[in-house]
Design a protein around this ligand. Structure first.
Ligand SMILES: *Cc1c(COP(=O)(O)O)cnc(C)c1O
Length: 369
């Protein structure tokens, strides 16, 4: 038997979540469009498989860099693909225009490079305003002049006006309202489509639902919110991380478990070992008590997570046996909940996935990708 750790990716769930994002995008308007954000290998879910599964539905895709975009183009994805940070060097522009990639322009250097690099094929530009997050984007007072300069370039076909929200995961947040006002004010009268919302913005702020929306995490069926949120009821987790119990033994009360003896049994304990660890992307900082599912029941992680294994308390699941499969996160155990126990976010749990084989399932049929 090979090592039992694996991630199963449910592509039906991905399609369901995309439709949910679409319906949110269309609450305020008709024809609200949704870019499926598949950067970082679709948050660890496999960008090619996810983009293919969405290719019949998606209005477009978004990635972090040209390498990620070209991987999708090479598998036949025809939709618009947006480079969320734009280009890093002018030399990328030829391939960008040849492969019909959309680019973000988010700093004055990119604007100048684009002006100095005439292209044979027109490029759509997403001009990004820093409306208050103070990460990427042009300052509001510089936005209009930049828009005019882009508009003057024959090789720029359209300009989408874009911004990104810092606190959209908090509902009714004053700073988000401030950012929305800044964006509104400094785009007033400029023609063209707009794009504001990530997952949290799309769910929480109707004012952020614009012509184009950019959810990522939501598509993978995880909640972007710190605390429990009603949207979770409508999401279907796409990734299920599995492994199995590889050994069980009884240890007396007072036995320390694992590296650093960081946990000690308070009672006679039926201790189980699970074949998953931080080298697979399971968070090392998962604290004692982090739930995992054994035979559908939650049992607590005990002791420190090691590289290839972790230990659990099986005392309350006496029917558990070596070889039983376990779920680390998935349908009945949201990644967002596990993340809270590890002082992190589901984004990082997914992106850290490593070493484990990934299997794809669609309509109960395994698919080759
Ligand atoms: C990653 C990213 C998104 C998607 O964010 P989620 O929180 O996963 O929905 C949207 N917009 C930009 C600019 C991003 O970098």
């Amino acid at each position: 038997m090979s090592r039992p750790a694996k991630a199963v990716i449910n592509l039906d769930a991905l399609q369901h979540n995309y439709q949910l994002a679409k319906s949110l995008a269309n609450r305020e308007r008709t024809n609200g469009k949704v870019l499926a954000v598949v950067k970082a290998d679709a948050y660890g879910h496999g960008a090619v498989a996810c983009a293919k599964a969405l290719s019949g539905q998606a209005d477009g895709f978004a990635v972090a860099c040209i390498e990620e975009a070209l991987e999708l183009r090479s598998t036949g994805i025809q939709q618009p693909i947006l480079l969320l940070e734009g280009f890093f060097e002018a030399i990328e522009l030829n391939e960008i225009s040849r492969h019909k990639l959309d680019i973000v322009v988010q700093n004055p250097e990119q604007l100048t490079m684009l002006e100095q690099s005439p292209q044979p094929e027109p490029v759509r530009v997403w001009l990004k305003m820093d409306s208050g997050m103070h990460r990427a984007g042009l300052l509001p007072q510089d936005f209009r002049a930049a828009w005019m300069r882009l508009d003057a370039l024959p090789w720029v076909s359209d300009i989408v006006m874009m911004t990104h929200l810092a606190c959209a995961d908090e509902s009714d947040n004053g700073y988000t309202r401030h950012q929305l006002e800044v964006f509104e004010q400094h785009t007033l009268g400029l023609p063209g489509e707009r794009s504001i919302a990530n997952s949290a913005g799309l769910v929480n702020y109707h004012q952020a639902r614009a012509e184009w929306n950019r959810p990522g995490l939501l598509l993978y069926g995880a909640s972007p919110f710190e605390t429990v949120h009603p949207i979770e009821q409508q999401l279907q987790p796409v990734m299920e991380l599995h492994s199995a119990i590889i050994s069980i033994k009884n240890i007396p009360a007072g036995s320390p478990v694992g590296y650093g003896s960081a946990w000690t049994s308070q009672r006679a304990t039926r201790q189980g070992v699970v074949a998953i660890g931080y080298a697979d992307g399971y968070p090392r900082h998962a604290q004692n008590g982090t739930p995992i599912l054994v035979k559908g029941k939650r049992v607590p992680v005990i002791g420190r997570v090691s590289m290839d294994m972790l230990t659990v308390d099986l005392t309350d699941v006496p029917q558990a046996r070596p070889g039983d499969s376990v779920v680390l996160w998935g349908k009945d155990l949201p990644a967002a909940e596990v993340a809270r126990y590890a002082s992190t976010i589901p984004y990082q749990l997914f992106c850290n996935l490593n070493r484990v084989p990934v299997e794809y399932a669609q309509s109960s049929i395994a698919v080759d990708v």
